[in-house]
Design a protein around this ligand. Sequence first.
Ligand code: SF4
Length: 76
Amino acid sequence: MPFVKVNKNTCITAGVCWSLAPDIFEYDPTTGKTRIKDPYRKDDTSFESIGEIPERMKEIAKGAADVCPTLSITVE
Ligand code: SF4
């Protein structure tokens, strides 16, 4: 299954990813950054959030990665 990662060090909380893919990304009130949403979240620290998503959601995640203004999202 594809992995999605958010680099919290570079995320500026622009919110584009939540708008495009609200099933995958959400605002984390603890850090003020974006994190991967449950049930896909696998690891979440102060500097990154990592998740595993179904194959059918890969294209929407890549679409969010493409428009993230700080290139903070990677999908592989
Ligand atoms: S689009 Fe990029 S910068 Fe904006 S909230 Fe999402 S990860 Fe952070």
